[in-house]
Design a protein around this ligand. Structure first.
Ligand SMILES: [Zn+2]
Length: 109
């Protein structure tokens, strides 16, 4: 089991996540509801777009927390252990999602 590989994967994920966050700051500006030139539809579009941006922002923050948690578990040597039952997490599973912290049995229950 190659911890360095997973550590690198997590680091890449973290950097990509932070990049996305930086690029989306513009789209998270509050919608100006008083703009008289805007038609009703486009205003609703703007609100919807803003909600979508907020939602993906929430997901990114959640993802960052998972990445940090996984990195801490690498440091403490618990990365391959399921946080619920303590059994080994299959390496294939971690290859698909390096932030996953539970074995397949626990994740499905
Ligand atoms: Zn488990």
């Amino acid at each position: 089991m190659d911890l360095t590989y997973f550590k690198n994967q997590l680091e890449i994920m973290r950097v990509q996540n932070l990049d996305l966050q930086k690029n989306s700051v513009e789209s998270r500006k509050p919608v100006n509801l008083d703009q008289s030139q805007q038609g009703r539809l486009s205003r609703m579009d703007a609100i919807q777009l803003q909600e979508m941006a907020l939602e993906s922002q929430r997901r990114r923050e959640e993802q960052l927390l998972k990445i940090d948690f996984a990195m801490r578990r690498i440091e403490t040597g618990e990365y391959f252990e399921c946080i619920q039952c303590g059994e080994q997490i299959a390496e294939k599973r971690l290859e698909v999602d390096p932030t996953c912290s539970r074995c397949i049995e626990c994740a499905n229950n």
